[in-house]
Design a protein around this ligand. Structure first.
Ligand code: CA2
Length: 146
C-alpha cells in the first residue's frame, strides 16, 4: 500500500507566515503526523513539496505503477493549472484533492478548482487534519478496489 502526498507552491512556508490563515503547524510536522498514522495502518508514504508546476506534473505522471493513491494539495496551482489537471486525468492513479483551508469560503478566485473534476474527491477546511482525512480517504479507495 503506497500513498504519494504531493504539496504545491509556498506550502514550505507553513507555520512560518500567515498563521492566522494556515495555522502554526509546519509541513514537516504534518509529514510526521501522516507518516506515524500511515505506519500504524501498514502503509508506506512518500511526502514531497515543490514550488514548480512542471515538477508536480512530473511527479503525478511518475506515480503510475508506483503508488496506489495520490493525495494532492496543489496549493495555488489548484486554481490555475490545466497542465496539472491533464496529468491527474492521464495518470490513472486515484487522486484525492486536499486543502488546509475551506477554499469555498474564501476569495472567489479560490472557489474554482481545475483539478476537482478529475479527482476522486475533495477535502478542504480542516487545517492540518485535512492531511489525515486524506490518508483515511486513500485507505477507503484502496479497500474499495480490493
Ligand atoms: O488551503 C490550502 O491548502 C491551499 O491549497 C493553500 C494555498 C492556496 O493558494 C489555496 O487556495 C488553498 C496556499 C499555500 C501557501 O501557504 C502559505 C503558508 C504560509 C504562508 C504563506 C503561504
Amino acid at each position: 500500500m503506497k500513498i504519494l502526498f504531493l504539496n504545491g507552491p509556498n506550502l514550505n512556508l507553513l507555520g512560518q507566515r500567515e498563521p492566522q490563515v494556515y495555522g502554526k503547524t509546519t509541513l514537516a510536522d504534518i509529514e510526521a503526523m501522516v507518516r506515524k498514522q500511515a505506519t500504524v495502518r501498514g502503509a508506506t508514504i512518500d511526502f514531497r513539496q515543490t514550488n514548480l508546476e512542471g515538477e508536480l506534473v512530473s511527479w503525478v505522471q511518475g506515480a503510475k505503477g508506483a503508488f496506489d493513491v495520490i493525495v494532492l494539495n496543489a496549493a495555488a496551482y489548484t486554481h490555475t493549472s490545466v497542465a496539472l489537471r491533464d496529468a491527474v486525468a492521464a495518470t490513472g492513479v486515484p487522486t484525492i484533492e486536499i486543502h488546509l483551508s475551506n477554499i469555498h469560503a474564501r476569495e472567489e478566485f479560490r472557489h474554482k478548482s481545475l483539478i476537482a473534476g478529475v479527482c476522486f474527491g475533495q477535502i478542504a477546511g480542516f487545517g492540518a487534519k485535512s492531511y489525515l482525512l486524506g490518508l483515511e480517504a486513500a485507505f477507503n479507495i484502496i479497500e474499495f478496489k480490493k
